[in-house]
Write a protein that binds this ligand. Structure first.
Ligand code: NAI
Length: 698
C-alpha cells in the first residue's frame, strides 16, 4: 500500500495521504508526497492539485517517534516537501477533515488555499510536547492570521474549530464536501487566473507590528509558562516572523525547534504523553473484554464532587440522574451546577446552547426507585463508611443487574463497600479530583473482586468523559493521596524546623508545581486534611505535626474561612505573622531549634518522600507502572508535566543519588527516610523503574 495515493478527478490531481491510524507525516508519506507532486506537475491534463487524508482524516501531525529518533530529519524532510509545494506552478489546495494538527496543519498552511468541513479542527499543539512548530508553522500562521492570534493559539496549543479558523483567515472556505470544494477552488483559481498565494510571502499582517504586543503577551503568560522553554521560543519565533526577513525568520524558527527538541523538557513531556496512553492498558483486560456501554448514569450526592461528576456526564452527552435524600439539599446542589454552567457561559468558555443542552441532561431525584435505568452509579456522599454502606445496600437493590456501582471515596476500603452488595464484581472506585468537571485525572480503584469488564468500563468511561484514567490498587489513599500524605507532613516538619509557608510554597512553585503544598492545604480546607489524618494509623515511630490542629483551633480552616496558612484577600494569599507565631510556638513546645533552611533542602525534603512512597506503591503493585504514578501526579496534583512526574524526575536525577540523599537525611529525620527496598535494590543494580521505558531512548 503506498502511503500517498494518486488519483485524478477530471483535471484535478488528488493526493490522498494514507498512513493509519492518524495519517502522520512519516518518511513514507513524505516520499509519497514528493512523487505525487512530481507526477501532478508533469501531468499535462492536471490544472490543480488537492491534498487530503484517507478515512476523513487530514494528517494529525508529524510522527512523534520519528522526531525523537531523528528519522524526521531524513530526506525528504517536511521542509523539502514544502519547498516543492511552494515551487508549484499549479494551484495546491488542502482539503481538511478530522483534526489537521501539528505537522499536518503546517503542510496545509503551505498550500495556496485551504478548505475544511464544518467539523474539522486545526491547530499547532506542539507546545504540549515541549516543542514548537518546526516546519514554518509559526511563520505562516502569523502571516495568515496576524501575530496576536498566532501568540494565543500556538502558545496554548489549543485546537481551533473550522469556523474560528475561517474568521482568522487560516482557511478559505468551509464545505461539507471538503475535497470536492477544494478541487472546485483549484479550478476557479485557474479559470480566473488568480496569482498563486504563497503563504510564506504574505506581508499584510506583519507590517508595522508594535513591539509592545510581544512585551504584553510575555507578561500575560509569565506565570503560566514559568520555567518552560517552548512557550517562550514560540513567542520569539512569532516576533521573528514580524521583524526579520523571511529566510531569517524561518531559520530562527528551525533553530528554536531543534533547541526544544533536544531539551530535557521535551523528553519529559514525551514521557508523559506515552505514559498517559500506556496507563489505559491493563494486564488481563485485553481488547476481547468489551466495556459495558454507558448510555445513562446516576450520581449519589449533589455536593462538591457529586455535582462536578454529574457535569462530566452531561458534558459528554450522557443523561445523568442525581440523587439527594432531601429536596433542599438537591435544590442546593442543582443550583450550584446551574451556577457553574452560567459562569462558563459568561466567561465565554462555553456556548449557551451547549450549556443548556448539558443542563437538560441532568435530572435531580430524591428516590432510589428512579435509578433503575442507569448503567453506572457513582456514589459521592460523605466520607463515612457507614453512610457509604447504607447507600450501596440500597443501590444493590434498585440498580439494573448489569449496572456498575462505583464509589468516589478518596480513602475508604473498596472491598468493605463491595462486601455489602450481591455484586462485588461490579463494584469499583472512580476517584475524581476537585473540581471534578475540570480536573483531568480519574483514578480508578480496583477492588479484590472487580471484574475485567468492570475495569474495562471505568477505564473507557475515563476517555468518554475526557479524563486521563489510571488504575490503582485498593489501599489507604490509593496512589495519589497515599503519596501526598508524606509530602504534606514533611512540609509541616519543615515549618517546625524553621521554614515559613511562603518559603516552602515559593520553592515548590519555583520547581513548577501549580501551587505549593500549604497553599493547596488552604484551598482544600485544613479541616478536611485534619479529618483524613485522624482516620490514619501511623507506624509507632512516626508522628504528625500539631500545626494543622493549632491552626484549626484558631478557626484557620483555609481559603473558605479567609485564613489558614495565609490570610486571604479574595483569592490573594498574604503572609500572616499570626501563623508564624503559631508555628514558632509549636517549635518551642517540641524543643526544636529553628534554623535557616536552604531552598535546596526544601526541594529535597519534599520530593524524596513522594518518590519513596511511589517506590513502595510500585513494589506492592498498587500502581502497575512508574509511568502511571507520574500520570497521577501530573494530572491530579499539579506536578509540572515538563518535569515528567515524580518517578521520571527521580530516574533523571539518578536512583542512586536519590537513595544517597535519603540516607544522608535519615539520621536526623527519622524512620520515614529509610529508602524503600525497591529503590535500594534498583539503585544498587543501576536499573531504572521496572515497566518504565528508558527515557534516554526517546
Ligand atoms: P460534600 O459534603 O460536598 O457532599 C456530599 C453530599 O452527599 C451532600 O450534598 C450530602 O447531602 C449528600 N449525602 C450525604 N449522605 C447521603 C445519602 N445517604 N444519600 C444521598 N446523598 C447523601 O462532599 P464531597 O466533598 O462532595 O465529597 C463526596 C465524596 O467524594 C467523599 O467520599 C469524598 O471523600 C470524596 N472526594 C472528595 C474530594 C474533594 O476534594 N472534596 C476529592 C475526591 C473525592
Amino acid at each position: 500500500m503506498p502511503a500517498v495515493n494518486y488519483a485524478r478527478a477530471g483535471d484535478v490531481a488528488i493526493l490522498e495521504i494514507a498512513n493509519p491510524p492518524v495519517n502522520a507525516l512519516s518518511l513514507a508519506v513524505r516520499e509519497g508526497l514528493m512523487e505525487g507532486l512530481a507526477q501532478a506537475y508533469a501531468d499535462q491534463g492536471v490544472v490543480a492539485v488537492a491534498i487530503c487524508g484517507a478515512g476523513g482524516m487530514f494528517p494529525a501531525g508529524a510522527d512523534i517517534n520519528e522526531i525523537a529518533s531523528g528519522l524526521a530529519l531524513t530526506a525528504p524532510m517536511i521542509l523539502d516537501v514544502q519547498a516543492r509545494m511552494e515551487a508549484a506552478t499549479k494551484p495546491l489546495v488542502a482539503a481538511l477533515e478530522g483534526n489537521a494538527l501539528g505537522g499536518g496543519f503546517e503542510l496545509a498552511l503551505t498550500c495556496h488555499w485551504r478548505v475544511a468541513t464544518p467539523a474539522t479542527t486545526v491547530g499547532l499543539p506542539e507546545v504540549k510536547l515541549g516543542l514548537i512548530p518546526g516546519a514554518g508553522g509559526t511563520q505562516r500562521f502569523t502571516r495568515l492570521a496576524g501575530p496576536q492570534a498566532a501568540l494565543e493559539a500556538i502558545t496554548s496549543g489549543a485546537p481551533l474549530p473550522a469556523s474560528r479558523a475561517l474568521e482568522l483567515g487560516l482557511i478559505d472556505r468551509i464545505a461539507d464536501d471538503a475535497l470536492g470544494a477544494a478541487a472546485a477552488l483549484g479550478r476557479q483559481a485557474v479559470r480566473e487566473r488568480w496569482p498563486l498565494r504563497i503563504t510564506s510571502e504574505l506581508k499584510e499582517h506583519i507590517r508595522e507590528v508594535s513591539g509592545g504586543l510581544f512585551t504584553a503577551f510575555r507578561q500575560k503568560i509569565a506565570a503560566r509558562a514559568r520555567g518552560q522553554l517552548a512557550p517562550w521560543k514560540i513567542i520569539d519565533s512569532i516576533e521573528a516572523a514580524c521583524t526579520r526577513p523571511k529566510a531569517e525568520g524561518f531559520r530562527f524558527e528551525r533553530d528554536c525547534f531543534i533547541e526544544c527538541r533536544d531539551s530535557p523538557q521535551r523528553r519529559a513531556l514525551t514521557h508523559v504523553f506515552f505514559a498517559e496512553r500506556e496507563a489505559r492498558r491493563i494486564p488481563g483486560v485485553g481488547p476481547e473484554v468489551k466495556p459495558l456501554a454507558v448510555a445513562r448514569a446516576a450520581v449519589i450526592g449533589a455536593g462538591t464532587m457529586g455535582g462536578g461528576i454529574a457535569m462530566c456526564f452531561a458534558n459528554a452527552g450522557i443523561p445523568v440522574r442525581v440523587l439527594e435524600l432531601s429536596a433542599d439539599a438537591l435544590g442546593r446542589g442543582l443550583a450550584l451546577i446551574a451556577k457553574n454552567y452560567a459562569g462558563s457561559v459568561s466567561r465565554g468558555s462555553l456556548a449557551p446552547p451547549r450549556a443548556e443542552r448539558a443542563l437538560s441532561l441532568i435530572q435531580g431525584v430524591t428516590g432510589y426507585g428512579e435509578l433503575g435505568e442507569a448503567d453506572i452509579v457513582i456514589e459521592a456522599v460523605f466520607e463515612d463508611m457507614n453512610v457509604k454502606k447504607e447507600v450501596f445496600v440500597q443501590l444493590d437493590r434498585v440498580a439494573a443487574p448489569q449496572a456498575i456501582l462505583a464509589t468516589n471515596t478518596s480513602t475508604l476500603d473498596i472491598d468493605a463497600i463491595a462486601a455489602v452488595t450481591s455484586r462485588p464484581e461490579k463494584v469499583v472506585g472512580t476517584h475524581f479530583f476537585s473540581p471534578a468537571n475540570v480536573m483531568r485525572l480519574l483514578e480508578n480503584v480496583r477492588g479484590a473482586r472487580s471484574s475485567a469488564q468492570t475495569l474495562a468500563t471505568v477505564m473507557a468511561l475515563g476517555k468518554t468523559l475526557g479524563k486521563v484514567p489510571v488504575l490503582a490498587g485498593n489501599c489507604d489513599g490509593f496512589i495519589g493521596n497515599r503519596m501526598l500524605m508524606y509530602y504534606g507532613s514533611e512540609a509541616e516538619f519543615l515549618l517546625e524546623e524553621g521554614a515559613t509557608p511562603e518559603q516552602i510554597d515559593r520553592v515548590m512553585e519555583g520547581f513548577g508545581f501549580a501551587m505549593g503544598p500549604l497553599a493547596v492545604r488552604d484551598l482544600a480546607g485544613n479541616d478536611v486534611g485534619f479529618l483524613i489524618r485522624k482516620g490514619r494509623k501511623l507506624p509507632p515511630d512516626e508522628r504528625f505535626s500539631p500545626i494543622l490542629e493549632r491552626l484549626m483551633e484558631r478557626g484557620r480552616l483555609g481559603q473558605k474561612a479567609g485564613k489558614g496558612f495565609y490570610r486571604y484577600e479574595g483569592r490573594t494569599r498574604i503572609a500572616d505573622p499570626e501563623v508564624l507565631a503559631i508555628i514558632e510556638a509549636v517549635s518551642r513546645d517540641l524543643k526544636i531549634r529553628r534554623r535557616q533552611i536552604p531552598d535546596e533542602e526544601i526541594l529535597d525534603r519534599l520530593l524524596h518522600p513522594l518518590v519513596n512512597e511511589g517506590a513502595r506503591i510500585l513494589d506492592e503493585g498498587i500502581a502497575l507502572r512508574a509511568g502511571d504514578i507520574d500520570v497521577v501526579y501530573v494530572n491530579g496534583y499539579g506536578f509540572p508535566a515538563w518535569r515528567g512526574g515524580p518517578m521520571y524526575w527521580a530516574e533523571q536525577a539518578g536512583l542512586k543519588r536519590v537513595v544517597e540523599t535519603m540516607q544522608r537525611l535519615a539520621p536526623s529525620h527519622g524512620a520515614r527516610w529509610r529508602p524503600a527496598p525497591l529503590l535500594e535494590q534498583l539503585a544498587a543494580t543501576g536499573h531504572g523503574w521496572p515497566g518504565i521505558r528508558d527515557p534516554k531512548s526517546r
